[in-house]
Design a protein around this ligand. Sequence first.
Ligand code: SF4
Length: 317
Amino acid sequence: MLAAPRGYCAGVDRAVIAVEQALEQYGAPIYVRHEIVHNKYVVRSLEQKGAVFVEETEEVPPGEIVIFSAHGVAPTVHEEAERGKLATVDATCPLVTKVHKEAVRYAKDDYDILLIGHEGHEEVIGTSGEAPEHITVVDGPDDVENVRVRDPEKVVWLSQTTLSVDETMETVDALQSRYPNLLSPPSDDICYATQNRQTAIKELAARSDLVLVVGSQNSSNSVRLVETALSHGARDGHLVDNAEEIDEAWLEGVDTIGLSSGASVPEVLIDGVLEWLAARGWDGLEVVQPVQEHMQFSLPKELRRDLRAEAAKKQAG
Ligand code: SF4
């Protein structure tokens, strides 16, 4: 059973196209701070086209172009780029930017902000950097007892966009028990793509002996998909980067396999798994699609501006 929606979300699609368009528009090398999206295959194929991935902005030579990944960056990273005289293209997903803006707004109103998310994840580092004095990261329900705030009457929670919906609500419940006046954000921070992929995998998990999720280990939403499948009835579940990582022993005694992929995974990797399974006799396919998805984002504004200018120049010339 193949889950739908699966794979690329609008934010990942935009970030990958941004790097490809930048390579076309400005020529190689184009520097990219951190993995543009958490998927090895995507990173490797962009490297082959001339993208250079760096860990820190300081590694980019002065005057070059650097693209910020879909996970977002702290304001200090923008300042570093300015100091290094770098041109920037910000491919932060608009749904991550929304959380940054909420953090800035609540910090301005002097709230203590409890950011539910994974300590050390790039998105959490970026969002925390918007208001480091006001933000405390809460890494799941067990971390709630460690939280300290200045005024229990003035506390709000926000979250990373790629968490498990169920576990986040558990954390919120635990926070609410400690802070009955805890304020909630105006709308969900867990993005539509994360929610839809979890809804789809829940539906097929209950009917699957084995669930395979294609995605990289550092992809938060992909890891959450395996966890969600296991907590919703799948007997066994594994995260694999591609078909080569599937262990044939997992198929023993299995009647039904559920398959999905994280938001940073191109469809070609799912095709590889389907071919691998078909070659072993698993060629009957049912698509399970509990939700439709139509989201699209326009390219980062710096790139749109330069593409427009280029088109105008061509027209004039
Ligand atoms: S997973 Fe959600 S927040 Fe992250 S890039 Fe995709 S749409 Fe944006």
